[in-house]
Design a protein around this ligand. Structure first.
Ligand SMILES: Cc1cn([C@H]2C[C@H](O)[C@@H](COP(=O)(O)OP(=O)(O)O[C@H]3O[C@@H](C)C(=O)[C@@H](O)[C@H]3O)O2)c(=O)[nH]c1=O
Length: 183
């Protein structure tokens, strides 16, 4: 597993070693020891999530506040997504900054999103299925959404020539200045 640093160093892009042969391919999608060796992080994942979205669906930007803040290990197992992470740690030099990367069933890349960050994605392919592990359980009372189109964030979402399909919850999410963040 190869780790690649992004502009926000705590957010880590991971690329597995894919063993291809005449039958197809095999790779270790998650291996605790390999994850530790690549990232230096020994993380306890407690929940696996899967969602499937039509092209143009935008989910996010989501995070859970303490005491149920979540780290997430995200990958796209069908199609492709434009995946975005925003630093919401007020004490961080990169507070309010975002990084984005394409995750797809072709590149098999995974993104490690530490607690303290908001996460969202736009489905680029006809359908996109996201699979992600989390370090804490779903806690609706701590679940928060942040506006994906906040002009302060100025996220460069790809233009698919259509309005993104967004949940009511996400459409009515607060802007960054009013959002509850991390210390
Ligand atoms: C996130 C979550 C939702 N749910 C329920 C609540 C609701 O009825 C339904 C759909 O929830 P949402 O609309 O929040 O689903 P979704 O918009 O897909 O939420 C996800 O978005 C991405 C970007 C993330 O980063 C995830 O952590 C998660 O917040 O599923 C659970 O039961 N467990 C969970 O862990």
């Amino acid at each position: 597993m190869r780790a690649m640093a992004l502009e926000i160093p705590e957010v880590i892009l991971l690329e597995p070693v894919v063993h291809g042969d005449a039958r197809g391919y095999f790779f270790e999608a998650y291996n605790r020891r390999a994850f530790l060796a690549a990232t230096g992080l020994d993380v306890d994942f407690v929940q696996d999530n899967e969602s499937r979205s039509r092209r143009g669906v935008l989910r996010g930007l989501h995070y859970q506040l303490p005491p149920h803040a979540q780290g997430k290990l995200v990958r796209c197992i069908e199609g492709a997504v434009f995946d975005v992470v925003v630093d919401l740690r007020r004490s961080s030099p990169t507070f309010g900054r975002w990084v984005a990367t394409e995750l797809s069933d072709e590149n098999k890349r995974q993104l490690w999103i530490p607690p303290g960050f908001a996460h969202g994605f736009l489905a680029l392919s006809e359908y996109a299925r996201l699979f992600y592990k989390t370090t804490d359980y779903y806690a609706p009372q701590c679940d928060r959404s942040l506006r994906y189109d906040d002009p302060t964030l100025a996220i460069a979402w790809p233009d698919l020539g259509m309005e993104p399909l967004v949940s009511d919850k996400d459409r009515s999410a607060p802007w960054l200045y009013a959002a509850e963040c991390f210390s």
